[in-house]
Design a protein around this ligand. Structure first.
Ligand SMILES: O=C(O)CCC(=O)C(=O)O
Ligand SMILES: [Fe+2]
Length: 367
C-alpha cells in the first residue's frame, strides 16, 4: 500500500504532516492585540531586528516592477514583445503584475466579498474551521517555527484541487456563499495559470505541453490572509520572509493597501498594487523545472499603519511523473542539472520541514 494512503484504512483523516506544520490558533489574546496596536505589542509579535534586515527602497527612488499585459500577450501584433517582457520579469524579478487578465470579474468580486465578510466575523465563527493538530489547513496564524515569533495576520489555508482531495470540514460555511466562491475562483485560477504557462513556454523555447503538462491535474492550494493595521509597523511582520514552495503563485489584492515587499540585491522593493491586476510569482518548483532559468524570489509582508490588508493567494503545484526535477529540455545544451531530482511527496514534506526550521528546502537540493 502506498505510504500516503494508510490513512484511508486508519483514522480516515488526511495526512497531517505530523510535527512538521506549526500553525498556531488565533486566540482572544491575538484578536485583542490586533485590535489595539497603539500601546503594547505582545512580545511574540515584536521582531524589530527582522524588519530592519535589509533596507526598504524608499518612495523617492524610482523602480519599475514588471507589469505584463495579457491582452498584449494574446494580440499577434504585440505578443512576441510581451512574451520577451514576461520572460525578463520571470528571470530578473521572479514577480510581475498581470493586467487585462480576462478572469471573470463576477468570480473575482464574489471571492473578494466573501473573504472580507469572513474576516469580519467574530472569532468564535471563524474558529469553526480553526487549524487542528499538525494539519496545514484551516483558520489560524500562518506557518511559524516552533516556539518562535508569530506573523501579524490571520490566514485560512485550504487544499482546493483536485476536488476529491478537498477536506470540506475546513471549508467555511459562513458566509453561506463562501464555498461556492472558493470553488469558482479555484477553477478560474487554474485556467489562468495554464494560459500563463503557455506564454512562459514560448519565452523559454520549450513545447507548451512540457510546461503545462507539469502543472496539469496537480494540486492547487489557497491562502487567504488578513493583515490587521499595526500602529508600529516597524516592529511586526505580516508574513515572514520566504520563497513560495510550490510551482506558480497568483495573488489577488482584495483592497489597495500595500504591504508586499520583494527582495532584490539585498533590498526590499514594495509592490504598489495596480487596480484590477494579479501579482504573479515564480515558486521553487518552477525554478527547479527550468533549472534556475526562472527565479523563485524571497518576499515578505509588512502591515500598514492605518489600513487592514486582505489578499487571496493561489498556489499551483507541479511535478513530472511524480518527480520534481529540471525538465530534460533545460539540460539539452550540456547544461548541468542545478538541482537534484526528488519525489514530489518527499519534496512537500521537506518543504514543510524547512518552513518549520526557517530554512529553504530548495537550497538543500542544489547540486
Ligand atoms: O499577502 C501577500 O501579499 C503575500 C502572501 C504570501 O506571500 C504567501 O501566502 O505565500
Ligand atoms: Fe509567498
Amino acid at each position: 500500500m502506498c505510504a500516503e494512503r494508510w490513512w484511508i484504512r486508519g483514522t480516515m483523516e488526511a495526512p497531517s504532516y505530523d510535527k512538521l506544520v506549526n500553525r498556531q490558533e488565533i486566540t482572544d489574546a491575538a484578536v485583542s492585540a490586533f485590535a489595539d496596536s497603539t500601546h503594547q505589542i505582545p512580545e511574540k509579535y515584536v521582531r524589530t531586528d527582522e524588519v530592519l534586515d535589509g533596507a526598504i527602497v524608499g518612495e523617492n527612488e524610482t523602480y519599475d516592477l514588471p507589469v505584463i499585459d495579457m491582452a498584449r500577450l494574446l494580440d499577434p501584433e504585440f505578443s512576441a514583445l510581451e512574451i520577451k517582457r514576461l520572460g525578463d520579469a520571470c528571470r530578473n524579478w521572479g514577480f510581475f503584475q498581470l493586467t487585462n487578465h480576462g478572469v471573470d470579474e463576477a468570480v473575482i468580486e464574489q471571492m473578494k466579498g466573501n473573504t472580507v465578510q469572513f474576516f469580519s466575523l467574530p472569532l468564535e465563527s471563524k474558529k469553526s474551521v480553526a487549524v487542528r493538530g499538525n494539519g496545514f489547513e484551516g483558520f489560524g496564524h500562518h506557518y511559524s517555527r516552533a516556539s518562535d515569533k508569530l506573523d501579524w495576520a490571520e490566514s485560512v489555508i485550504l487544499l482546493t484541487q483536485p476536488v476529491k482531495d478537498r477536506n470540506m470540514e475546513m471549508w467555511p460555511t459562513n458566509p453561506v456563499t463562501f464555498r461556492h466562491a472558493l470553488d469558482n475562483y479555484s477553477v478560474e485560477m487554474t485556467s489562468l495559470a495554464m494560459q500563463l504557462l503557455r506564454f512562459m513556454a514560448a519565452d523559454l523555447g520549450v513545447e507548451k505541453e512540457a510546461l503545462q503538462g507539469a502543472f496539469s491535474g496537480q494540486r492547487q492550494s489557497m491562502a487567504i490572509h488578513y493583515y490587521p493595521p499595526c500602529r508600529h509597523p516597524e516592529k511586526v511582520i505580516g508574513i515572514t520572509p520566504h520563497t513560495d514552495g510550490l510551482g506558480l503563485t497568483l495573488l489577488l489584492h482584495v483592497d489597495d493597501t500595500p504591504g508586499l515587499q520583494i527582495r532584490k540585491d539585498g533590498r526590499w522593493f514594495p509592490v504598489q498594487p495596480l487596480p484590477g491586476a494579479f501579482v504573479v510569482n515564480i515558486a521553487d518548483i518552477l525554478d527547479m523545472l527550468t533549472n534556475g532559468t526562472y527565479r523563485s524570489v524571497e518576499h515578505r509582508v509588512i502591515p500598514d499603519a492605518n489600513r487592514g490588508r486582505t489578499t487571496v493567494v493561489i498556489f499551483q503545484e507541479a511535478s513530472v511523473g511524480g518527480m520534481v526535477a529540471p525538465l530534460p529540455e533545460f539540460l539539452k545544451g550540456g547544461d548541468e542539472a542545478r538541482y537534484k531530482a526528488i519525489q514530489l511527496e518527499d519534496y512537500i514534506r521537506g518543504n514543510f520541514r524547512a518552513l518549520a526550521d526557517g530554512t529553504r528546502f530548495i537550497e538543500s537540493l542544489r547540486t
